[in-house]
Design a protein around this ligand. Structure first.
Ligand SMILES: [Zn+2]
Length: 150
């Protein structure tokens, strides 16, 4: 059995700890995947956290929400409105960054020069890059691999 907890996961946890000490941490979503092949069984676990944080404090970083790895740090005055609510929902926007992180891992940074990691000026959320269906994610938070199970 092999447990993979890559460097990006450790960096995300450090980011969660740093901001979590100054805000309210909430588990936003929790995804578990399993892949079974003759030579390998793999279980992947991807939690996503949101840290609600003081408005003045997050503004000192020059933004009202930010993402690193699987952690969203969001101005506590925002709300997680329902999906069809027309009011701007920063979580919906930041969650796209979460999916981009999972798809690209460290390649997120060079890829921002090639695809729209952020919406182009005047663009909308629909213009932000998302992985196609056939894409294999580059980064999973934790993967537990069991070789030759059968
Ligand atoms: Zn952004």
């Amino acid at each position: 059995m092999d447990v993979r907890f890559p460097l990006l996961s450790i960096a995300s946890l450090a980011f969660l700890l740093f901001f979590g000490l100054q805000g309210d941490v909430e588990l936003y979503s929790w995804e578990v995947g399993i892949s079974i092949a003759p030579d390998e069984v793999k279980v992947m676990v991807d939690p996503v956290w949101v840290v609600w944080i003081d408005t003045e404090y997050i503004y000192s970083f020059g933004c009202n929400a930010m993402v690193y790895g699987n952690v969203m740090v969001v101005d506590e005055e925002f709300c997680d409105y329902a999906f069809d609510d027309p009011r701007p929902n920063p979580l919906r926007y930041e969650y796209i960054h979460i999916k981009q992180f999972r798809a690209l891992g460290w390649f997120l940074w060079p890829m921002k020069y090639i695809v729209n990691i952020e919406p182009p000026s005047g663009g909308s959320l629909a213009d932000m890059w998302l992985p196609p269906d056939w894409w294999v994610d580059r980064w999973r938070f934790v993967a537990i691999i069991h070789d030759k199970p059968f």
